[in-house]
Ligand binder design. Structure first.
Ligand SMILES: *[C@@H]1O[C@H](CO)[C@@H](O)[C@H](O)[C@H]1NC(C)=O
Ligand SMILES: *[C@@H]1O[C@H](CO)[C@@H](O)[C@H](O)[C@H]1NC(C)=O
Ligand SMILES: *[C@@H]1O[C@H](CO)[C@@H](O)[C@H](O)[C@H]1NC(C)=O
Length: 846
């Protein structure tokens, strides 16, 4: 197809707009994010649909933003459906149509707010400092010319009360390594660029407000203190205000997303903001840490993250640091959060000043490292909102993440050429395990790993020293197993149900795969009470990852739906041998379930860099598995019997025999069924029981003929079958004329056409659903479920965050007193009291 010049001109025009979109106004307009193939220009599409073209969707290749005055319906999806319908009825032919170039579209919806991951600490600093330590601290301050009034309180930098329990950073500074020429971006509720402590390091070019759609992310709500506090930990200057940041000569920018309405589109733009200028994105937030939420970022956000990994920092990859989450006291686990369990994020948990596990910090196999935060009667002392305001109350995993961010800024000053994976490797190899009871166990690399503490605590000196001579890793390769179909009931109690997949040397060689870094495991488990489930993965080298743990409050009635767990505990393994997944139904009660299927993905270093490409962008169909990278042959599944677990034979297959719309949990989600109605009959014949689910057979526009549902199903099924056959045949003829883009599909002929048809249905279904998951019905489902979880909790949480309105005054007072007697550890009872009072009440529930 010829690419016309107007398109090029247009692209140039939008580049001329510095790639920045006009501000969104969700009160008056609807916005659509559309992935277009290049056969049509965005303006042509806009003209065709009566939309206004706004510009490119940030850094996402071929994604565009359109707007229209507010409407109830989904204009784009309705048009796509209409075209489909008319083609089925042969009212229009199969000749190319402008809408054919729509690869993905999503009408933007306001999402539930993320939670800030701070907790209000109880603080009553007791106990005298060790006097030698105080002397050393003063010498260091003198040598570095640090005159910041609260420097001596910043125990996470130099701990005088529990010597050694700190970041071990001062000797790094002594070498002049202070984060120069590195930019960290605080993605949060704002950043007080007028603060004396931040204004010199503030980097306006890397900053934006995605809540109010203005250039500067200034804190505007009484509650907007979190981002400024995080920024202070990273980049508070060496000056006369408060303390210093870990990388006190770094640049600091802010992107504001937590203080108002946000959509998937805006969140994508936010986490990609100025990705050639912002090196590290600091994210101390996520889905609710309530022990019952399971939420992954929507597809646009996933694509944005991968875009930053592939293009950011000149192709070395943007660094994402996420706070692990504060839900440990409600059994929450960071593997239920799709941001923290992404392979592209570094997940940072907390330890307190006594190296103890604080009650809030979540464990999970995706956690890489921990560093200091609140607990044991102290918290993080840092900058606050205001010209010269400090806080001694910053806490939660929210406060741990930015300390890691500052540390990575030091590392990047020394070695700016490190890739995102090098930083993860350096963390694995140089985090310091410490003497606290946990599930520490030695990994293949000889490193100790604990689900609670990751590879240990960050030691700035150790990681910077190691970085100086670190040899860059080769590009990333991946190996995907086929879907393993288990379909067996899970016994209750300790026993568990195991399924095994054996990876051979040849498979990895064919995938150009040398050794494991991350593993991800995507699975479906039907269960009437999700919180009862737990999942373990035993690697060929015998290490057990606890991918999922039981959660007492998680009542979700449909188990795991295409959920992806992640583990960093197999880092350095070869990957060859038997991988055993064990699903347990830990509670003996009336709730039971079935282990449906699973798919293992290994991610790691490639063998031959010269042949290794970049991972394709995710699509809504990734779990459908049509474009699996490895064309895995039909493997024989080998069964072993791990102690206490029943094992079953699973059937590996590249083509799950259960189509997209047949997932177990569509029942309370009638939206997609209107599109599913035509698409599903194919599957209805293969699995009639699933389609005869009474709740969502047909939407109202279809006549019922006054007969029973069963008969309707039969009638519509037959009509549908005929239509689908015609459509398939037509599609087949149409496709036959086109270049075959995906060679891996070529072997399948007619079978794949069915799949393709389902694909399309799936895609449309996702669109109909609107935003959240951005994908098929299943994906959107996760969003719906979250919404519910949120409805119950969020208001209270948001309120509680703001009801600490008097907090800054408290801190200010405290520090006014203190600045008068710097270094005196005195703290009146009032700060502990108010800390657990006002805001503490809500956070205290954790
Ligand atoms: C801390 O830094 C010093 C150098 O200042 C180094 O010798 C030591 O190994 C580091 N780690 C610990 C745990 O002290
Ligand atoms: C700062 O970083 C940029 C790229 O991030 C690089 O081009 C430049 O040379 C660096 N400047 C110094 C002084 O290191
Ligand atoms: C520790 O890991 C080894 C293999 O690395 C394994 O054999 C052993 O069972 C593990 N121990 C525990 C307690 O998980």
């Amino acid at each position: 197809m010829r690419v016309l010049n107007p398109w090029t001109l247009l692209a140039a025009a939008s580049l001329a707009m510095a790639g920045h979109l006009p501000p969104r106004n969700y009160a008056t307009h609807d916005y659509y994010a559309i992935h277009l193939s290049s056969s049509i220009s965005p303006t042509e599409l806009a003209a065709h649909l009566g939309l206004t073209y706004e510009g490119k969707l940030g850094e996402l290749a071929d994604h565009h933003v359109f707007k229209t005055p507010k409407h109830d319906n989904d204009i784009v999806n309705d048009a796509v459906q209409e075209l489909k319908r008319r083609r089925r009825k042969r009212e229009v032919g199969l000749e190319p149509h402008p809408l054919d170039s729509v690869q993905f579209n999503q009408k933007q919806k306001i999402k539930p707010r993320h939670w800030k991951r701070s907790v209000i600490p109880e603080v009553s600093r007791a106990g005298p400092p060790a006097s030698d330590a105080v002397t050393t601290q003063r010498e260091i301050a003198r040598a570095l010319e640090i005159k910041d009034p609260i420097f001596e309180e910043q125990w996470h930098i130099f701990n005088v009360k529990a010597p050694g329990n700190d970041l071990n950073v001062t000797d790094v500074w002594m070498q002049g390594i202070t984060g120069k020429n590195v930019t960290a971006c605080i993605v949060d509720d704002g950043l007080d660029m007028d603060s004396e402590d931040l204004k010199d390091n503030f980097f306006a070019e890397g900053s934006y407000d995605f809540n109010d759609h203005v250039d500067l992310p200034k804190p505007r709500l009484s509650d907007d203190r979190h981002g400024t506090r995080c920024a202070g930990e990273v980049s508070a200057g060496r000056n006369n205000a408060c303390g210093v940041g870990v990388a006190y000569d770094s640049r600091i920018s802010g992107v504001r997303i937590l203080s108002g309405d946000i959509t998937d589109m805006d969140e994508s733009l936010a986490i990609n903001y100025e990705l050639q200028k912002n090196d590290i994105y600091s994210c101390s937030w996520g889905p609710p840490d309530d022990g019952k939420t399971m939420q992954a970022p929507g597809l646009l956000i996933e694509k944005a993250m991968l875009t930053a990994i592939q293009k950011g920092r000149d192709g070395k990859g943007s660094i994402y640091v996420f706070a692990a989450g504060n839900g440990a006291a409600s059994d929450d686990n960071c593997n239920f959060d799709g941001y923290t369990n992404s392979i592209y994020s570094i997940t940072v948990g907390a330890i307190d000043k006594d190296n103890l596990h604080p009650y809030y910090s979540e464990a999970c196999s995706a956690q890489l490292v921990v560093t200091y935060s609140s607990g044991s009667n102290d918290a993080i002392h840092t900058t606050d909102v205001g010209a010269n305001k400090c806080t001694s109350q910053h806490g939660g995993t929210s406060a741990a993440g930015p300390i890691a961010v500052g540390t990575y800024a030091l590392v990047l000053q020394v070695r700016p050429e490190l890739t995102w994976r090098d930083l993860q490797w350096l963390t694995v190899m140089n985090a310091v395990p410490f003497d606290q009871p946990s599930d520490w166990n030695k990994t293949t690399l000889g490193r100790m790993y604990s689900h609670q503490f990751g590879y240990g605590k960050l030691d700035a000196y150790a990681i910077v020293e190691a970085a100086k001579t670190w040899k860059l890793v080769k590009p990333q390769a991946w190996f995907y197993s086929p879907w393993m179909h288990v379909k067996k009931p899970i016994p209750q109690g300790e026993q568990g149900l195991a399924s095994v997949f054996e990876v051979t040397e040849k498979m990895l060689k064919d995938a150009n795969f040398e050794r494991v870094e991350h593993i991800t495991l995507t699975m479906n488990v039907a269960h009437t009470r999700r919180g009862d489930l737990s999942v373990e993965l035993i690697s060929p080298d015998g290490y057990t990852s606890h991918l999922s743990t039981a959660r007492r409050d998680d009542e979700f009635p449909s188990g795991y739906i295409d959920w992806t767990f992640m583990s960093v505990a197999h880092w350095g393994e070869k990957g060859v041998g038997k991988w055993t997944v064990i699903v347990k139904d830990t509670k003996e009660n009336e709730h039971s379930g079935t282990f449906t299927d699973w798919k293992l993905r290994l991610w790691g270093e490639c063998i031959d860099p010269s042949t290794q490409g970049l991972r394709p962008m995710p699509t809504e169909h990734d779990d459908d598995d049509h474009d699996a990278i490895t064309t895995a042959p039909a493997h024989t599944t080998t069964i072993s019997v791990p102690t206490g677990a029943a094992t079953v034979t699973a059937n590996p297959s590249d083509h799950p025999d259960r189509p997209v719309n047949q997932k177990p949990t569509n029942t309370n989600n009638p939206g997609p069924s209107s599109t599913a109605a035509f698409g599903t009959p194919v599957s209805a014949t293969s699995t009639p029981s699933a389609t005869s689910s009474p709740d969502n057979f047909l939407p109202s526009p279809f006549p019922t003929f006054g007969v029973s549902k069963r008969t309707q199903i039969w009638i519509y099924g037959s009509i549908g079958l005929i239509l689908v056959f015609c459509a398939s045949l037509a599609t087949y003829l149409y496709l036959a004329r086109r270049k075959r883009l995906r060679s891996s599909r070529d072997n399948y002929e007619f079978e794949i056409l069915d799949d393709a048809d389902n694909d399309e249905e799936g895609a449309r279904t996702g669109m109909l659903n609107g935003t959240t998951g951005g994908g098929k019905g299943r994906r959107a489902k996760r969003g719906g479920e979250l919404y519910d979880a949120f409805a119950g909790e969020s208001d209270e949480d948001l309120l509680s965050d703001s009801d600490g309105e008097n907090e800054p005054y408290r801190d200010e007072k405290e520090y006014d007193e203190k600045t008068g007697m710097v270094g005196g550890g005195s703290s009146d009872g009032s700060d502990a009291g108010s800390g657990s009072g006002a805001s503490g009440s809500s956070r205290g529930r954790k």
